[in-house]
Design a protein around this ligand. Structure first.
Ligand code: HDE
Length: 693
């Protein structure tokens, strides 16, 4: 009888907890494979059978345990934000906020607080593509000495709705339509825009969601926002309002829409891979941490309500002060244990940080705790390594429940108790330094109402639109036209247009023209607070940079080694990763006979995966690719996606075939320094040539 056993050299059965601690799997005394209960396994290839060709026996406890565990490997994905990527790192405070808060994480300058961060899309399932048009989640769990602080934000500073009671409706409308089960991870469909048209409070957020902020180039190149107004409380009990901000060190960058669509096919894991690979090679993503702090008296003078999450506070009104930094320097050891099981609760705040009465935030305090029970299956989800408070003890009189992993000792499971008087452990006690809710005044009748101050849905939508560059305005309009053109019910389109008429006449006129629809009558424009806020722009907000970007160099046989090396070095010195792409996988033979290994093959590496390209072809190399649509698309996509292209003179025929118009960002010979400079930014001046509208 053949057992078909592998003489495998099994790796050490140790796992590292998300907390960083290393522990051996239960009873793995050495490298022995065991059952979950520690019994050594002698055969992991064949189930126990009655006879060589006979039926499998129920007695096979190893088979049953293995398949039983496998059958239950999945847990429910998150209702929203199911698709996510996580990483560990630290937060370092650079400037004390002790004037405003007693939270140690915001007062101990120089202290590094461990964090776990999860980025996500909102609408799609866990297996959906990374580059869809969507809001991105930006959730940070700080393991502070005062307990965990979860700042569960987004990459957009406002939200769709004002009251948490509308959240299930919003999410139902954007997710797959419930009879047909599509579209996946897309807002371009009837039900979403039906909701939008009927709920004018969504207008401001919709402008952001239709902007390029919703198609980020990288998770490392997004801003983050706490969205709500929170409170900071100092040791005297004084309160200030605060908004939290994350600013990416690599700058803010977006994809082109056509590029995002193509990446979704070429590499659905584009963002996850980008995050993982940059951390793995030591290129740690970093953000500045900023605060907008203001008093209640200031807040009262603003022409909007700071409790309304559909409004932002323009930086021109309250500047952002940078007080710390966030660095992500650790990839998860295990995706499930950390990124999937991490459970964020906006209600996790250390003493010194407190809530505001924002009705969206108040509703979130219920929802997140509640959802963990159906997702993680136990009220003890806080004990999972990634969720547990690591920088301070956690102890109380809560007991038992599914999957209790703690071992509380003694009889004291209630409080008060006097067991300590008899020498027995009495358990933990309250402290004056504990969390004290800010005693804000509350008055008024109990009612289901919306504050009058929440009623202006258009001023900030207009502020956002008018603050954009012309290129960005064009992108917003194109996105709305694209989405509405997928809407099949005309009355829904008409209602959205009527709302847009309150935002800006140019906007509605151009959207209507794009849809072949009559422009609605002009609507009155309420007076806005700030006329323009350049900080709301994406293009030009941060200095151009090649740092953290990726350059793809298409290389044929017989090209000059010195030219390639110079281009490679210039891009690498500017901080980019460089990938050598060859028509076929394997090696390329340079002029003079030296061979180099390619990092990838042309068809598997379309130019959408790069920020700039080199086209280093010999005469024969160019001729061989001239009728190859993959090569032509490589060049033409780079051109229409506004990327820098540097090509050898011998490669010109392929540039011509790809309709590459000469001009800024197109180098007709390899000048490596000029390329490094041109590659540091998109060439938006090219846009009218490739997308006339
Ligand atoms: Fe969430 N949201 N949300 N949300 N949200 C969830 O919690 C919810 C809102 C955000 O990486 C869920 O653990 C309600 C605003 C992020 O694990 C759920 C309301 C903002 C993540 C939930 C909101 C967010 C979530 C799903 C209306 C930006 C992913 C699974 C009041 C400030 C966190 C889970 C992660 C996840 C409820 C609105 C951000 C269902 C009821 C506003 C980044 O509990």
């Amino acid at each position: 009888m053949t057992h078909m056993k592998h003489e495998s050299k099994s790796t050490q059965q140790t796992t590292r907890g998300a907390g960083g601690e290393t522990h051996q799997c239960a009873s793995a005394r050495d490298e022995t494979l065991t059952t979950n209960h520690g019994v050594a396994v002698s055969d992991n290839q064949n189930s126990l059978r009655a006879g060589v060709r006979g039926p499998t026996l129920l007695e096979d406890f190893h088979f049953r345990e293995k398949v039983f565990h496998f059958d239950h490997e999945r847990i429910p994905e998150r209702i929203v934000h199911a698709r996510g990527s996580g990483a560990g790192g630290f937060f370092e405070l650079q400037k004390s906020l002790e004037k405003y808060t007693k939270a140690k994480v915001l007062t101990n300058v120089g202290e590094k607080t461990e964090v776990y961060v999860r980025f996500s899309t909102v609408a799609g399932g866990a297996g959906s593509a990374d580059t869809v048009r969507d809001v991105r989640g930006f959730a940070v769990k700080f393991y502070t000495k005062d307990g965990n602080w979860d700042l569960v934000g987004n990459n957009i500073p406002v939200f769709f709705i004002q009251d948490a009671i509308k959240f299930p409706d919003l999410v139902h409308s954007v997710k797959m339509e419930s009879d047909r089960g599509y579209p996946q991870a897309a807002s371009a469909h009837d039900t979403f825009w039906d909701f939008v048209g009927l709920m004018p409070e969504t207008t401001h957020m919709v402008m952001w969601a239709m902007s390029d902020r919703a198609i980020p180039r990288s998770l490392r190149m997004m801003e983050g926002f706490g969205v709500h107004s929170f409170r900071l409380i100092n040791d005297k009990g004084d309160a200030h309002f605060v908004k939290f901000h994350w600013r990416p060190k690599l700058g803010l960058q977006a994809l082109c829409w056509d590029e995002a669509v193509k990446i979704a096919g070429a590499d659905p894991d584009y963002h996850r891979r980008d995050l993982y690979e940059s951390i793995a090679k030591g290129d740690f993503p970093e953000w500045e941490f900023g605060v907008q702090i203001f008093t209640e008296a200031q807040a009262e003078k603003f022409p909007f309500d700071i409790l309304d999450a559909t409004k932002l506070i323009p930086e021109e009104l309250v500047p952002i002060e940078i007080v710390g930094r966030l660095v992500l320097n650790r990839n998860p050891d295990n995706f499930f244990a950390e990124t999937e099981q991490v459970a964020f609760l906006p209600s996790n705040m250390p003493p010194g940080v407190d809530a505001s009465d924002d009705p969206l935030l108040q509703g979130r305090f219920f929802s997140y705790q509640d959802t963990q029970l159906s997702r993680l299956g136990s009220t003890n989800f806080h004990q999972l390594p990634v969720n547990r408070a690591k920088a301070c003890p956690f102890q109380n009189f809560q007991r038992d429940g599914h999957m209790q992993t703690l071992l509380p000792k003694g009889r004291a499971n209630y409080e008060p108790n006097s067991l300590a008087d008899a020498g027995e452990p009495g358990g933990p006690r309250e402290t004056d330094t504990g969390f004290v809710t800010h005693p804000g005044d509350v008055s008024g009748a109990k009612a289901r109402v919306r504050a009058e101050a929440f009623s202006d849905h258009y001023s900030q939508a207009r502020l956002f639109f008018r603050s954009q560059s012309n290129i960005e305005k064009g992108h917003i309009i194109a996105a709305i036209v694209f989405e509405l053109s997928k809407v099949t019910l005309e009355h829904i389109r008409a209602r959205v247009l009527a709302n847009l008429a309150h935002v800006d006449p140019e906007l509605v006129k151009r959207v209507a023209a794009g849809l072949n629809a009559p422009a609605p009558k002009e609507a009155p424009m309420p007076a806005g607070s700030v006329k323009e806020s350049p900080a709301l722009r994406l293009i030009g907000k941060y200095p151009p940079s090649l740092k953290g970007r990726c350059v793809g160099v298409l290389v044929s046989d017989d090209i000059d080694a010195a030219t390639l090396n110079a281009l490679y070095a210039a891009a690498a010195n500017a901080g980019a990763r460089v990938k050598i792409i060859a028509p076929k996988i394997g090696s390329v033979t340079l002029k003079g006979g030296k061979t180099i290994q390619a990092d990838g093959q042309l068809a598997g590496n379309p130019s959408v995966l790069f920020d700039a390209i080199g086209v280093l072809l010999s005469k024969a190399g160019c001729a061989a690719l001239l009728n190859d649509s993959v090569a032509i698309n490589f060049v033409s996509d780079a051109f229409t996606h506004l990327k820098a292209i540097a090509a050898t003179p011998e490669a010109m025929p392929i540039l011509d075939k790809a309709n590459v118009m000469r001009g800024a960002g197109v180098l007709e010979a390899i000048d490596s320094a000029a390329f490094a400079e041109a590659a540091a930014a998109r060439h938006f001046e090219r846009e009218p040539k490739v997308r006339p509208r």
